[in-house]
Design a binder for this molecule. Structure first.
Ligand code: SF4
Length: 185
């Protein structure tokens, strides 16, 4: 699915389907995916410098609102994308994990920057060497720090995942087994 320009406004193109005079038919998966991917509510879990890059991403110049993600949520219960940006100390690990567990399904995780993804330059006893040791991650954004363009690229990749995800995936044995590996019910 791509965006098209209509009266100078970018709109999402309709999903694949069958159409004729006065009707258009497609699958429920595609319609739900289209709505979800263009209305992501991110929870910014920003602990250090990568968070500053995210602030730039939300500003007028880069304007994450263009992708339907301008509504940040600081409540996990009203968020569907956890964006982890910054160094995560081991003491902070349980807090991050609790935030993830409080989010309702479907939820996605974007790991922004080297620190969140691998501990970055902080190869030390006190820093978690990647958030995927405690929660599942959907997309990793490289860089130290990643530029706002890279963060937007990560959001676009998350949008692709959301738009193509089957509605049955979250109830599948494979998905439950993956969560169980993290000790999450
Ligand atoms: S990856 Fe670099 S810029 Fe981002 S939080 Fe770590 S040290 Fe800071």
């Amino acid at each position: 699915m791509e965006t098209v320009k209509l009266n100078n406004v970018l709109v999402s193109e309709k999903p694949d389907g069958i159409e004729g005079a006065g009707f258009f038919a497609t699958s429920l998966d595609k319609v739900v995916g289209l709505a979800r991917k263009n209305s992501i509510w991110p929870l910014p879990f920003a602990t250090s410098c990568c968070g500053i890059e995210f602030m730039a991403t939300m500003g007028a110049h880069y304007d994450l609102a263009r992708f339907g993600s301008e509504r940040l949520s600081f409540s996990p219960r009203q968020a569907d994308l956890l964006m982890v940006m910054g160094t995560i100390a081991k003491k902070m690990g349980p807090v991050l994990r609790q935030v993830y567990e409080q989010m309702a399904e479907p939820r996605w995780v974007l790991s922004v920057g080297a620190c969140a993804s691998s501990g970055g330059i902080f190869d030390t006893y006190s820093v978690l060497q990647g958030i995927d040791r405690i929660i599942p991650v959907d997309v990793y954004v490289p860089g130290c720090p990643p530029r706002p363009e890279q963060i937007i690229d990560g959001i676009l990749k998350i949008q692709d995942l959301i738009g193509n995800e089957s509605l049955r995936r979250r109830n599948s044995p494979e998905y439950k087994a993956m969560l169980n590996k993290y000790g999450i019910e």
